[in-house]
Design a protein around this ligand. Structure first.
Ligand SMILES: NC(=O)c1ccc[n+]([C@@H]2O[C@H](COP(=O)([O-])OP(=O)(O)OC[C@H]3O[C@@H](n4cnc5c(N)ncnc54)[C@H](O)[C@@H]3O)[C@@H](O)[C@H]2O)c1
Length: 404
């Protein structure tokens, strides 16, 4: 049993902290956002994740987990704060590791000889070494007496608790002993295989995994545009192509969102701008799909005006970055809806996973179906797969219509 301090109680840190506390460790969860802390203290969560509320209530009530806005002494520190990118208009997007460095600075006064510090935030190569440099200047212990590791997350929102336990993990240490100590700790709540490597390789492994998915989806998205030109059903094409035992093309959609796959490949492109050509192109293909979808909707609206002499009411279905979650970070569907609203189109919008959202009026699914002249599927939520769309015009950008 160890005392653990988890810095950052978001989609990754909160389930991780709760699971560690369920495995009999004592946990202090730290966040700089007082609203989040207040919610957790009151036995609530600030985002939906199946099973999370139940275990969180348990570990808060039996005092295995406490929350605070400042770190405390512990044996093990886990950093799970955001690593966004800085969007630059005139140059490549750059990773922003300031949250990780600030989190490291915040734990520095509490570090003691023998402590293990684990970075879980998806990070550019070299971040673990930068965090170590911060600890060179502390007076409480020598940096060589600390164990520092990088251990990336592979979980998928919607199945986080299960995947935290079952997934294989990669742990990269500043040295081998660091990684071995972290491996022993993860074995106390993970059933997956744990592979040990150095910190730089582990950082690159995480970026490579998300880049693999981005490049694969870019192929699917490019195929969807080619199929549109050649009048072939892309969903059917990919299903049939995937019958090949060594082909596995992912799904096309209206773009790639979320704060992992649409962000992390830029960490590689910015680190090696002259070499990461395929990776950069894949990012651009996935980003450009958004404007392609918008043009298709504008064309359909113009056609409707020609035929009916009035503007259509367009029913937009889905706003989140992927099906069946309430997360809109970097969501292509949200960007499309924002742009269509700015362009003056008449929209009526349903997002069944959100109660409200800033600057957008949400409507019920029934209303959207009933009132729309043209329905646009942007996200393949389960609710949309059961619709009866007899006599309704629709455009499908996410592969929902094959279920109708
Ligand atoms: N969400 C995912 O599915 C996923 C999957 C794999 C990896 N990751 C990576 O995990 C990391 C965390 O992602 P997330 O989705 O949990 O982010 P999040 O935005 O949901 O949560 C991060 C939390 O950290 C807090 N925070 C920021 N700075 C802090 C500080 N100095 N001290 C204490 N708290 C601080 C924020 O208030 C926030 O609550 C990111 O690097 C992300 O790329 C996320």
């Amino acid at each position: 049993m160890s005392n653990c301090c988890v810095i950052g109680l978001g989609y990754i840190g909160l389930p991780t902290a709760a699971l560690i506390a369920m495995s009999n460790h004592n946990v202090i969860g730290v966040d700089i956002n007082e609203n989040i802390l207040e919610k957790i203290r009151n036995g609530n969560v600030h985002f939906y994740e199946p099973g999370l509320l139940k275990i969180l209530k348990k570990v808060i009530s039996n005092k295995k987990m406490k929350v605070s806005n400042i770190p405390a002494n512990a044996d093990i520190f886990i950093i799970a704060v955001p690593t966004p990118f800085k969007k630059n208009l005139d140059s490549l997007p750059q990773p922003n590791i300031q949250y990780v460095l600030s989190a490291a600075e915040s734990i520095a006064p509490f570090l003691q000889k023998g402590n293990l510090i684990i970075i879980e935030s998806t990070s550019p190569v070299g971040t673990t070494e930068k965090v170590r440099s911060i600890f060179k200047n502390i007076s409480n212990c020598h940096v060589d007496d600390l164990h520092i590791c990088y251990c990336p997350e592979r979980v998928i929102p919607g199945n986080i608790l299960n995947e935290l336990v079952e997934n294989n993990r990669v742990i990269g240490g500043i040295n081998k002993l660091d990684a071995e100590l972290a491996s022993e700790f993860y074995k106390s709540f993970c059933k997956g295989d744990i592979k040990i490597t150095d910190a730089r390789t582990a950082e690159l492994v995480k970026l490579t995994e998300n880049t693999f998915r981005d490049v694969n989806i870019a192929l699917a998205n490019e195929l969807s545009i080619i199929c549109d030109e050649l009048n072939v059903d892309v969903e059917n094409l990919i299903d049939l192509s995937n019958q090949h035992p060594r082909v596995n093309i992912l799904k096309p959609s209206c773009g790639v969102g979320g704060h992992c796959i649409s962000v992390d490949p830029w960490f590689l492109v910015s680190a090696a701008p002259n070499s990461a050509n395929l990776i950069r192109t894949a990012r651009e293909v996935n980003n450009d799909k958004i404007s392609w979808v918008e043009k298709k909707i504008h064309d359909a609206a113009n056609q409707f005006i020609k035929e009916n002499g009035k503007s259509p009411i367009i029913g937009c279905l889905g706003l989140t970055f992927k099906p069946n979650v309430d997360d809109i970070r970097e969501s292509p569907a949200k960007k499309i809806v924002d742009n269509l609203i700015s362009a003056g189109l008449k929209l009526i919008i349903c997002e069944p996973n959100l109660k409200n959202i800033q600057n957008i009026n949400l409507d019920t699914l029934d209303n959207v179906i009933y009132k729309s002249d043209l329905i646009v599927f942007l996200v393949a939520h389960d609710e949309f797969k059961k619709l009866n769309l007899e006599n309704k015009n629709f455009m499908d950008f996410c592969g929902v219509s094959k279920f109708l």
